[in-house]
Ligand binder design. Structure first.
Ligand code: FES
Length: 122
């Protein structure tokens, strides 16, 4: 049901936890399944220098948050804002259709953390 890449990120999730004194924080949840995620970021010279995720959710949410942090690291804020749930799902070798919403959680959390950063730094 899941690709090897999903399983690999699920078993060895990257960038778990919280950035100390973060520049931006995103808290998102899925009201349907009840899963929640907190994304914290550190920004340096307009780029994402550190991203961490705390995920209380399903295996797909854990895998998508892990790959999202890897993909977005080093991106400019605009590049990271342009990431979509399809980019995340594709990077994981696809997700079962009933799990596509899980990839939204990570991207939405990241976008919210960037919006939070921008609301303090514009
Ligand atoms: Fe809720 Fe996956 S089932 S995020």
């Amino acid at each position: 049901m899941y690709s090897d890449k999903v399983m690999e990120h699920f078993e060895n999730p990257r960038n778990i936890g919280e950035v100390e004194n973060p520049d931006g924080t995103g808290n998102v949840g899925n009201p349907v399944c009840g899963d929640v995620m907190k994304v914290t970021i550190r920004v340096e010279d307009g780029r994402l220098a550190e991203i961490k995720c705390k995920t209380l959710g399903c295996g797909a949410a854990i895998a998508t948050s892990s790959i999202t942090t890897e993909m977005a690291m080093g991106m400019t804020l605009d590049e990271a804002m342009a990431l979509t749930r399809d980019d995340i799902a594709q990077a994981l070798g696809g997700l079962p259709s009933n799990k596509m919403h899980c990839s939204n959680l990570a991207v939405d959390g990241l976008h919210e953390a960037i919006a939070d950063y921008r609301s303090h730094n514009s």
